[in-house]
Write a protein that binds this ligand. Structure first.
Ligand code: F58
Length: 828
C-alpha cells in the first residue's frame, strides 16, 4: 500500500466516466473517502468492495440515464419481464466485464496493493430465486440489455432470499440469507415511486351517472410498494436497463392512536404486517404451496408493476387503450398470472373502459411462459382463500371464465367434458382457480422452454388449449448468458478460444463454430487439455476449502449440481457411485479411471426425501473417501450452499455433466447448457433441452442413456414393477442392499429405509428402470476418458457447437415471435 498518497490525489471529483487504470484508482479512492468515509490503511474488505462497487455504479448510472432518456425520447415499445424470482448472482465482476474494464480495474486494485479476487468474493449475492426459473430471468435481463432491447424486469425485493445451506453431520440445515446486511451498492431506492396495493375487503356494484354498470372495490388493507432499481448493463453497449424490485411498506408506519392509549406494540403492528409481504422468498422449487402470503406476494408484484406501467403509458398517451402498444408483458410461469385480472381491473374499474376493448388490450399485452410439466407444481388457488385476498379479482376471473366457456361451447357444442377440462375453475374437490388456464386465456402467446417440453405441453398438459388456439403455441428454448457463465467464469478457456478464432464470438456465439477445425489440431487439443487441467486444479482447491476433502485433479470430475428433487434423480447417481465402489472393492486393478463425483444443491426445507438423499450422499462419501483399499480412485464430495457465485467455480472444472432426469420431467434445464459451454461432456436422458444439446453437439459427443418419454409412458401404463429390476440385476441389488443393510449408516437399517422402500415400492421416477442403462453408459464414459485425444476432441466440439444456447438467441426469438420489439441504440 506504499504507493497510496491520499493527499496527492484529486479529491474533488471521482472522474466518473473513464475506465483506465488511473481512472479506477482515482474513483476508488474518491468513493472510499467520500461515500464510505474511510482511508485505505484501515478499510475493511467490505469497505474496499463497496468503494469499487460505487466506482462501477457511477459508470453504470451514466449509461442508465442516457438509456432512459433515449427510451423516453423515442417512446420505445418496452418488454416487461414479470417474475417472482431473479437469481442474479454477484454484480461486480459481471458489470466490469460488461463495461469492458475488468482487466483495468483488476490492475488498478492490484497496484493499490489489494487482492482483487478477495474484493469480488466479498459480495453477497442477491439470491432472489430458487433455481432454474429465477436464473433464467437473470440471464434474460442480461441479454435484453446486451441486445439493446428496451426492457424492464419487475420483481420482489425479498429481504431474505433463498436460504444459505450448511451441512451438519451430513444433513442440510437452513440459515436465513441476510444478503442486505452489509449494504447493497447496486440498488437505487425510489421512495417517490410508490404504488398502493389493496387486499381483502368487499366490492359494490352500482350504476354511474352515465347509466353504466360499475364496480367499486373497497380493500380492507392497503400496502405501499416502493421501487428499488438496479441497473442492468449490456455487454459492451451503452444500454443499461433496469430491474425494478418492489419492497412492501406500511401505508402508515406508526399508529399514534394506539401509541397514545398505551398500546406500544399495536402502534407498529401495521408496519410489521405490511412488510411481511416482501420479507422472504418461498424456498420451494417444485410443488405448489397454497399459502395466503404467497398469493399476497404475487398480487403485490403484479399490481405494483402494472400500476407503474400504466403511469408511464398515461404520461405520453391520453388513454389506457394504448397500453399494449407501449408494453409487452411476459409472465414468467403462473406466479404473476393474476396480472391478467389486475390489468382488466385497472382498465375497466379504474379507467372506465368497456369489457371487450379492455380484454383486447389485456390479451395483446400478455405472453405466458410455462416452466413445468409436474402436476404438483401447477398453481391452483382455493376459491375461498382467493376471495378473501382478492374479492374483485375473483369476480373478474369468473367473468373471464363465463365468456371463455361460452366460446368453448360455441366451438364444441355438447362437449361438456371439454368445458369442464378447460374451465378456469377446477370443480373437483374444493373449488380452485387454475392459474395456468387464466394465463392461457389471457395471453396471445404461450411457450414452453425446450422443443420437447413445448410438444408435451401441446399434447398433454395444455392439450385442450392447443386444440382451441393452435396459433398461440410456440417454443422458445432456454438459453444462458455466455458473459457470466463463460467469459467471467472461465477466463482460461475464453482466452484460448479468442486466441484461436478472434473475439467475434463474444457478440455472436454461433461464431464458436470456427473452433470446429481446431478439434483436429493436436497442439490446440494439448492447450485445451492444459486449460481444463488448471480449471480442475482450481476446482479441487475449492472442494478442499469447502469440504476438507482431497481430490485428485487428474481424475475425471463427474458433476451433478442442481436443486434436489427426486425427478432429477441424484439417487440414481448415488447408485452408480455405490456400484463403482463395489467394483473397485472386488477388483482394485479394474480399468475404471479415477473419478471424483461432485454434488451440490439445496433441498426445499420441507422436502424430506430430498434431504435424506443429501444425507445419503454424505454417508456414501464418508465410507468411500476413507476406504484405503480403493486407493483414492473414487472420491465423492458435496459442495455446500450451491448458489450462483459457487456455481461459477464449478462449471469450468467439470468434465462430465449429469443431466439424468426421468424423461418428460425436466422442462428444459439450463445447467446442462452451462456445463457444455465450459467443455464438459453430458451424460443424459432424452429430456428437456438435452435433446437439442445432443442434436447440436453430435450424438457421438454426448453420452445418452435411459428410457424415452414414450417408453416411460408405456412402462407406466403396463404397471411398472421396480422390484423386478432389483431382483434381476445383481449389481443393483448389491447397491440397494448395501444402503438397506446399513453399510453407509453404521449398521442402522432405519435411516435410509424411506429411500429403499420408495425405490422398491413405487419408484415414481423410475430410477431402477434406468439403472442398468445408466451404469453401462457410465462405463462407456470411463472408456472415453481413457482416450484423452478422443475426449478432448469431443470437449472442443461441445463448445464449438453450443452457440445456439445463448440467452441472446432466446431473447431474439421472444422479440421476434412474441413481443414484436426492436433494438433501440443508445448513443455514447
Ligand atoms: C425450471 N423451473 C425447470 N421452477 O424445472 C427447468 O427445467 C427449466 O430449465 C427452468 O425452470 C427454466 O425454464 C423452476 O425452476 C421453480 O423454481 C418454481 C419456483 C416457484 C415455485 C414453483 C417452482
Amino acid at each position: 500500500m506504499a504507493n497510496l498518497h491520499l493527499q496527492t490525489l484529486p479529491m474533488t471529483e471521482s472522474g466518473s466516466a473513464g475506465t483506465s487504470v488511473e481512472d479506477w484508482k482515482k474513483a476508488f479512492l474518491w468513493n472510499l473517502y467520500y461515500v464510505l468515509g474511510r482511508f485505505p490503511e484501515t478499510a475493511s474488505m467490505n469497505d474496499k468492495y463497496l468503494a469499487l462497487a460505487h466506482s462501477v455504479r457511477e459508470r453504470l448510472l451514466d449509461r442508465w440515464v442516457k438509456t432512459s432518456e433515449t427510451y423516453y425520447r423515442k417512446k420505445a415499445r418496452t418488454a416487461c419481464y414479470l417474475s417472482a424470482e431473479f437469481l442474479l448472482g454477484p454484480h461486480l465482476g459481471n458489470n466490469l466485464l460488461n463495461l469492458g474494464a475488468y482487466d483495468e480495474a483488476k490492475q488498478a486494485m492490484e497496484e493499490l496493493g489489494f487482492n482483487f479476487e478477495d474484493m469480488l468474493d466479498q459480495e453477497e449475492e442477491p439470491g432472489l430465486g430458487n433455481g432454474g426459473l429465477g436464473r433464467l430471468a437473470a440471464c434474460y435481463v442480461d441479454s435484453m440489455a446486451t441486445l439493446e432491447i428496451p426492457a424492464v424486469g419487475h420483481g420482489i425485493r425479498y429481504e431474505f432470499g433463498i436460504f444459505d445451506q450448511v451441512i451438519r453431520d451430513g444433513w442440510q440445515v437452513e440459515i436465513a440469507d441476510k444478503w442486505l446486511r452489509l449494504g447493497n451498492p447496486w440498488e437505487i431506492p425510489r421512495p417517490e415511486i410508490a404504488m398502493t396495493v389493496g387486499f381483502g375487503g368487499h366490492t359494490e356494484h352500482y350504476t354511474d351517472e352515465n347509466g353504466r354498470y360499475r364496480v367499486r372495490w373497497t380493500p380492507q388493507r392497503l400496502v405501499k410498494g416502493i421501487a428499488h432499481d438496479t441497473p442492468i448493463l449490456g455487454f459492451r453497449v451503452n444500454t443499461a436497463n433496469m430491474l425494478r424490485l418492489w419492497r412492501a411498506e406500511a401505508v402508515n408506519s406508526f399508529d399514534f392512536q394506539s401509541f397514545n392509549t398505551g398500546d406500544y406494540y399495536g402502534a407498529v403492528e401495521e408496519k410489521v404486517g405490511s412488510e411481511t409481504i416482501s420479507k422472504v422468498l418461498y424456498p420451494n422449487d417444485a410443488g405448489f404451496e397454497g399459502k395466503q402470503l404467497r398469493l399476497e406476494q404475487q398480487y403485490f408484484l403484479v399490481s405494483c408493476a402494472l400500476q407503474d406501467m400504466m403511469r408511464i403509458v398515461l404520461q405520453t398517451a391520453p388513454d389506457p387503450k394504448h397500453f399494449h402498444e407501449k408494453y409487452a408483458v411476459q409472465l414468467n410461469d403462473t406466479h404473476p398470472a393474476v396480472a391478467v385480472a389486475e390489468l382488466m381491473r385497472l382498465l375497466v374499474d379504474q379507467y372506465g373502459m368497456d369489457w371487450e376493448p379492455a380484454w383486447d388490450v389485456t390479451h395483446r399485452t400478455m405472453g405466458y411462459t410455462n416452466h413445468t410439466l409436474l402436476p404438483e407444481a401447477l398453481e391452483k388457488w382455493p376459491i375461498g382463500l382467493f376471495e378473501s385476498v382478492l374479492p374483485r379479482h375473483l369476480e373478474i376471473i369468473f367473468e373471464i371464465n363465463r365468456r371463455f366457456l361460452d366460446e368453448v361451447r360455441a366451438r364444441f357444442p355438447g362437449d361438456d367434458d371439454r368445458v369442464r377440462r378447460l374451465s378456469l375453475i377446477d370443480e373437483s374437490g374444493g373449488r380452485s382457480i387454475r392459474m395456468a388456464h387464466l394465463a392461457c386465456v389471457g395471453s396471445h402467446a404461450i411457450n414452453g422452454v425446450a422443443a420437447l417440453h413445448s410438444e408435451l405441453l401441446k399434447h398433454e398438459v395444455l392439450r385442450d388449449f392447443a386444440d382451441m388456439w393452435p396459433e398461440k403455441f410456440l417454443n422458445v428454448t432456454n438459453g444462458i448468458t455466455p458473459r457470466r457463465f463463460f467469459m467471467l467464469t472461465n477466463p482460461g478457456l475464453t482466452k484460448l478460444v479468442t486466441d484461436a478464432i478472434g473475439d467475434g464470438w463474444t457478440r455472436d456465439l454461433d461464431k464458436l463454430r470456427l473452433l470446429e477445425p481446431k478439434a483436429e489440431d493436436t497442439a490446440f487439443r494439448d492447450a485445451w487439455r492444459s486449460v481444463k487441467q488448471h480449471c480442475r486444479e482450481a476446482f479441487a482447491a475449492e472442494i478442499l476449502k469447502k469440504t476438507g476433502i482431497k481430490t485428485d485433479p487428474a481424475s475425471l470430475f463427474d458433476v451433478q449440481v442442481k436443486r434436489f428433487h427426486e425427478y432429477k434423480r441424484q439417487h440414481l447417481n448415488v447408485l452408480n457411485v455405490i456400484t463403482l465402489y463395489h467394483r473397485l472393492k472386488r477388483d482394485p486393478h479394474c480399468d475404471a479411471p479415477a473419478r471424483t463425483v461432485v454434488f451440490a444443491g439445496k433441498a426445499a426445507p420441507g422436502y424430506m426425501m430430498a434431504k435424506l438423499i443429501i444425507k445419503l450422499i454424505h454417508a456414501v462419501a464418508d465410507i468411500v473417501n476413507n476406504d484405503r483399499a480403493i486407493d483414492g480412485r473414487l472420491r465423492v464430495a458435496f459442495v455446500p450452499d450451491y448458489n450462483v457465485k459457487n456455481s461459477q467455480r464449478i462449471f469450468p472444472g467439470a468434465d462430465l455433466s449429469e443431466q439424468i432426469s426421468t424423461a418428460g420431467k425436466e422442462a428444459s434445464g439450463t445447467g446442462n447448457m452451462k456445463f457444455a459451454m465450459n467443455g464438459a461432456l453430458t451424460i443424459g436422458t432424452l429430456d428437456g433441452a438435452n435433446v437439442e444439446i445432443r442434436d447440436a453437439v453430435g450424438a457421438e459427443n454426448f453420452f445418452l442413456f435411459g428410457m424415452t418419454v414414450d417408453e416411460v409412458q408405456r412402462r407406466l401404463a403396463e404397471r411398472y414393477r421396480p422390484y423386478e429390476h432389483y431382483r434381476s440385476d445383481e449389481e443393483l441389488k448389491e447397491a440397494i442392499d448395501a444402503i438397506a443393510d446399513g453399510a453407509f449408516s453404521n449398521g442402522d437399517r432405519e435411516l435410509f429405509r424411506p429411500i429403499v422402500d420408495n425405490l422398491l415400492g413405487t419408484d415414481p421416477y423410475m430410477v431402477l428402470a434406468d439403472y442398468r442403462s445408466y451404469v453401462d453408459c457410465q462405463e462407456e464414459v470411463g472408456r472415453a476418458w481413457c482416450e484423452p485425444e478422443r475426449w478432448t476432441r469431443a470437449s472442443i466440439l461441445n463448445v464449438a457447437r453450443i452457440g445456439q444456447f445463448t440467452s441472446d438467441r432466446a431473447i431474439r426469438e421472444y422479440c421476434r415471435d412474441i413481443w414484436h420489439i426492436h433494438p433501440v441504440k443508445v448513443a455514447e
